[in-house]
Ligand binder design. Structure first.
Ligand code: SF4
Length: 355
């Protein structure tokens, strides 16, 4: 039986995209015309080029900072008349934060291919001027989220990158669907320096489910890591975000690194929580309900902005470094790109714990 039903959704421009009827939550996929698909480093403030085939993500993590970006993209496309905003009205506010998980904007395959020609020209020019460039796929939304099973925009991008050479390509995902493309990834790794970042914040399924509504369980992601490693690909773990007082304990980190090592992780990249306004709105109610002692401490620790204190960031990185070394994982930066686009912030975990 097909996973996909015949239920259809029409945009105002006549494009008809199927709706996954087995998604009881009523997720709809809306085609998004694009003119550009690779974001330049100067446009994002990150030290690398970035690419996200989808806007929105069904995994629905409470800490996901991309919710506001979804809202912005929807509003901009609606005002430009390039999407049918009626697809969003059954969620209450047309551009509410819930839309992020239930209305997935799929960048059109033709648009993406055309945009890649233009964007890769810019990347090649920059390479000629500055040397090898990094492109990170999945900096905002998961490139192997459920939509990719059907629309294959990520696969389309990767296939196009086979025509290029000498790039540093990184892929960030929580999904075992990445293993579908192992053959393609192996070809890519012949032409580029390729790293696959398997995103995992904790080995504890209860913690995972509390903060990530519908993401694959840790064991599933680790099996994917093992398959990638067994295929000879450079794969590791990105721990983003580290949740102070919850996932930054020695026991939590040890469990993660031990499992990662056993599955062939070549690197680990830790990144502490950033409490952006949209994240605050989703995360704090969970903390108040399940970690009532921590909620006021988060509020105090993040009272001056969305970053944790530098002292905390440095301390937690040191802890990862020490433990990763003990588990034989030598690289704690991912090697080629920094997934949050900033130099490693490297001093004590005193805000949240004494250890
Ligand atoms: S998997 Fe990534 S993109 Fe998707 S909701 Fe979670 S943090 Fe956001």
């Amino acid at each position: 039986m097909s996973l996909f039903a015949t239920d259809q959704f029409s945009t105002s421009h006549g494009t008809v995209l199927p709706v996954l009827a087995d998604r009881l939550r009523g997720t709809k996929f809306v085609e998004l015309p694009v003119r550009s698909v690779i974001n330049a480093p100067e446009a994002t403030g990150m030290g690398f080029w970035s690419l996200n085939p989808y806007v929105g993500c069904e995994f629905g993590c409470s800490y996901c900072y991309a919710r506001f970006a979804h809202r912005y993209v929807v509003e901009r496309a609606r005002d430009a008349g390039t999407i049918d905003a009626s697809a969003f009205t059954d969620l209450g506010a047309p551009t509410g934060l819930e839309s992020f998980e239930h209305r997935i904007l799929v960048k059109s395959r033709e648009g993406v291919l055309a945009a890649l020609e233009r964007d890769l020209l810019r990347v090649r020019r920059r390479t000629a001027r500055d040397g090898a460039q990094s492109i990170l796929i999945g900096t905002a939304t998961d490139p192997y989220q459920p939509a990719e099973r059907q629309y294959q925009i990520t696969r389309t991008v990767l296939a196009r990158l086979l025509d290029e050479a000498g790039l540093r390509v990184g892929i960030i995902t929580k999904s075992p669907l990445v293993c579908r493309d192992i053959g393609l990834l192996k070809q890519l790794s012949q032409r580029h320096t390729l790293s696959v970042y398997v995103s995992l914040i904790s080995m504890d399924p209860d913690v995972t489910r509390l903060f990530e509504a519908r993401s694959p369980m840790p064991s599933v992601r680790l099996r994917a890591l093992a398959r990638l490693s067994a295929a000879g690909l450079r794969a590791g773990i990105i721990v983003a975000p580290i949740l102070p007082g919850i996932t930054d304990t020695v026991d939590q980190i040890r469990a993660l690194l031990r499992a990662g090592r056993d599955m062939g992780a070549r690197f680990v990249y830790p990144s502490p929580l950033r409490l952006y306004p949209g994240v605050r709105q989703r995360l704090l109610p969970i903390l108040e309900r399940h970690f009532p002692m921590l909620a006021p401490r988060y509020l105090a620790a993040y009272r001056n902005g969305w970053d944790a204190a530098d002292t905390y960031c440095r301390a937690v990185r040191r802890r990862f470094h020490r433990l990763a070394t003990a588990y034989g994982i030598p690289d704690i930066d991912g090697g080629h790109e920094h997934a949050d686009g900033e130099p490693p912030r490297s001093t004590q975990l005193s805000l949240f714990e004494a250890a």
